[in-house]
Write a protein that binds this ligand. Structure first.
Ligand code: F3S
Length: 720
């Protein structure tokens, strides 16, 4: 038979503290009273009685001025008042975890909320909690919760604060809460189940599921022992509930190969040891009987077949050895338990624990010691925007620094963020040495720059290193995640300086290198407009800026790049030309499909007559828009069928007239028009052509550039 002892068995820190305080009180005052049995264990209560601690059931039984112990379950506010009226010195052994619930419900009641306690109606702890509430209700299970909401429908819209009895069963609490959450509109939940209890139940369930029998030791009237037994019964067919070793009948467990042992929070170590000892004796007896039976069988067999074998039987461990191999483990765990429980914690010490509960204000940590650990939410992390409930969960292991030990209250204030900060110093120094990029959140803006929180460490980034243009407001970086390079670390002065700009510059440099390596004429890029000048736009195509000349921005005539683009616009551009030596790139932006010349030549031909708009008058003729983006020149000789002194004798800017296309110069993209030709040879108004018409007019080709008109002497004469 193998005995498996639960590591979490026995006194919880709240009970251990209560027993210690009672012993100290007995020693100090010689005699004192305890309001109700100190713990659910008759042996312990008897032991205390022998030292002068008498148990009273009610304040009325106290003598004025008699020192009185309040047990770990606590008492309501009115009892404190009554005790003070009687002048009784108080030895307050209320468990710090229970005290926290008192503070919570008192505060919530003050806010006008109704307190809902999920727990046993008649349990002293529940009664004590109610003693700190205004309006309150106790619901024992999900069924009662449903019934309550059915019978009191108005409650669903009231502000409710839900807490649990510390020794409540997790599943029961969660199922009750589910119902409340579903039906109530203003309901805040505080899981106040003690971590010690839930850990004990979790371990008991785990051991019970792999054992043939379970021994649960604890008071029959102890809530947490009854629940422990119930949890074990869920996954083990044989569960024996006993108060002490005398109630154990090992014969009941014969045949079991593995026997698990756990104990409630009020069970002292000596009782658990006694149970182990009794079970070990049983193992010895069974082994002896089995060995004797086996020896007898061998003897009988030897008599029957003497010549079968001369080989000695394999060496069997002696009974003593057998017991030693099984019991010490159990004993070692008690030693360990004891060791841990009496360990004194010191400020600045690093400790490890298990998260017992998470509330809106703090995280309870079970340190496995006599004290109860807690991390105020403000000491959890410096990371802004972190939702604690998302990153940690009940049962998770956590490391933290001891900030303050309060021996009187039995609490230890912890800080995780300070431990993280110490740990993170190393990584910051490492990042400075390797110039690795680190990430952080901007938490502050000040005169000289910004402060970035990098893993709990404040890193100062001067304004010039913020990556923002000069004079840009740094507030826009607040609460944003940024990447930076650590430039300077002064650990003794806790000063770290970083640069966001360094990251931008270094990333831009590598991008530029890649762009130059793969650039080619005609290649398309998706870029961002970085700046505008009068002659073009500079576009970042990946660490490198190329320029789109104003003439490449639009097919239409524009005067300023800002007519088409704005800084920050994302644009598709293509490379017209580049020079790796001078690092210059010329980019195109106009969409070739929108090329008006192409559109024009597919729709018009020499001989077509079309309506045009006079856009500019020159001494040598008039420019007229045929389609947006394509102008033609009506030479002065082609304006009228008579000789005119100057074009504005006949035309004005903005006039719309019919004109005939008399020449198209595809190479230079120039068009010659004539009004005169229409008066000479009336022709129907031309429309887009399908086929290339015959060139009816042999007027010579004239090249005109609207923006840079030729000098008059360069123009062909009318005769030519
Ligand atoms: Fe014990 Fe206190 Fe938890 S009395 S069970 S440690 S709430």
């Amino acid at each position: 038979m193998e005995l498996v002892n639960a590591r979490t068995a026995g006194f919880c820190f709240g009970v251990r503290r209560a027993v210690r305080l009672a012993e100290e009180a007995a020693e100090k005052f010689g005699h004192c009273a305890c309001l109700g049995p100190l713990i659910h264990n008759a042996d312990v209560v008897k032991m205390l009685e022998s030292r002068g601690v008498r148990t009273v059931n009610d304040v009325s039984e106290l003598k004025p001025g008699e020192p009185v112990i309040i047990r770990s379950h606590g008492v309501g506010r009115s009892v404190y008042e009554e005790l003070s009226r009687l002048g009784c010195p108080i030895i307050d052994a209320t468990c710090p975890d229970v005290e926290k619930i008192h503070r919570l419900v008192e505060e919530k009641s003050r806010e006008g909320r109704v307190v809902v306690i999920i727990g046993e109606r008649h349990h002293p702890e529940v009664a004590a909690v109610r003693g700190f509430c205004g309006e309150s209700v106790v619901l024992e299970n999900p069924e009662e919760t449903e019934k309550w909401l059915r019978e009191e429908p108005g409650m669903a819209s009231k502000p409710l604060t839900v807490v649990s009895q510390t020794t409540g069963e997790q599943k029961n609490f969660e199922n009750s809460v589910k119902i409340l959450k579903k039906q109530c509109t203003n309901c805040e939940i505080f899981d106040t189940i003690c971590g010690t209890t839930s850990n004990r139940q979790r371990e008991a369930r785990e051991i019970a599921s792999r054992s043939d029998a379970m021994i649960v030791i604890g008071g029959r009237n102890s809530a947490n022992t009854s629940k422990l037994a119930a949890v074990c019964r869920e996954c083990c067919g044989k569960v024996v509930l006993i108060e002490n070793a005398s109630q154990l009948d090992p014969a009941e467990l014969r045949g079991a190969v593995t026997v698990g042992i756990t104990a409630g929070a009020s069970t002292p170590e000596w009782i658990i040891k006694e149970v182990n000892r009794k079970m070990s004796d049983e193992i010895k007896t069974v082994e002896t009987v089995e060995e004797n039976t086996a020896a007898q069988a061998v003897e009988e067999k030897t008599v029957e077949t003497t010549e079968v074998s001369a080989e000695p039987a394999a060496e069997q461990p002696t009974q003593e050895e057998q017991v030693k191999t099984e019991v010490p483990e159990a004993e070692a765990s008690f030693e360990e338990l004891l060791e841990r429980s009496i360990k004194t914690l010191h400020t600045g010490e690093k400790v490890k624990g298990v998260i017992a509960s998470v509330t809106q204000t703090e995280i309870s940590v079970d340190l496995g010691t006599k004290q109860s650990g807690y991390i105020p939410i403000s000491e959890f992390t410096d990371e802004p925007g972190v939702n604690v409930a998302d990153v940690i969960h009940v049962g998770d292991e956590i490391e933290a620094y001891v900030m303050r030990v309060n021996d009187v209250e039995g609490t230890v204030m912890l800080s995780k963020k300070r431990l993280d900060s110490v740990k993170n110093w190393d990584s910051i120094v490492e990042a400075r040495n390797s110039r690795a990029v680190v990430e952080g959140t901007v938490v502050e803006e000040n005169k000289g720059g910004i402060v970035v929180n990098v893993k709990g460490i404040r890193v100062f980034v001067p304004a010039s290193q913020s990556g923002l243009p000069k004079d840009a407001p740094m507030t826009e970086l607040l609460k944003k995640k940024v990447r930076l390079i650590i430039r300077e670390v002064n650990q003794p002065r806790k000063r770290v300086v970083g640069s966001i700009r360094d990251v931008i510059v270094s990333e831009r440099r590598s991008k530029a290198e890649a762009t130059w390596n793969e650039i080619e004429v005609g290649k398309h890029y998706h870029g961002v407009v970085k700046s505008l000048t009068s002659y073009g736009a500079f576009v970042d195509i990946g660490g490198v800026d190329g320029m789109v000349h104003v003439s490449e921005l639009s097919w239409k005539r524009i005067h300023q790049p800002s007519e088409v683009l704005s800084v920050g616009d994302e644009v598709d551009v293509y490379v017209i030309s580049f020079d790796k030596e001078t690092k210059k790139i010329s980019l195109g932006y106009k969409d070739p499909n929108e090329n008006p010349w192409v559109k024009f030549t597919t729709s018009f031909a020499v001989g077509s007559v079309t309506r045009v708009r006079i856009v500019k008058l020159m001494t040598f003729g008039a420019f007229a828009e045929i389609v947006p983006g394509v102008d033609g020149l009506i030479h002065i000789s082609q304006i009228a069928d008579r000789r005119i002194g100057k074009p504005d004798d006949v035309l004005s800017e903005g006039d719309v007239v019919d004109a005939k296309i008399i020449n198209i110069d595809n190479d230079n993209k120039k068009v010659s028009l004539s009004i005169r030709a229409l008066s000479e040879t009336p022709a129907p108004k031309a429309q887009p052509v399908e086929e290339e018409p015959e060139d009816e007019d042999d007027t010579p080709v004239v090249v005109y550039d609207t923006e840079n008109p030729p000098a008059p002497e360069d123009l062909p004469s009318e005769d030519e």
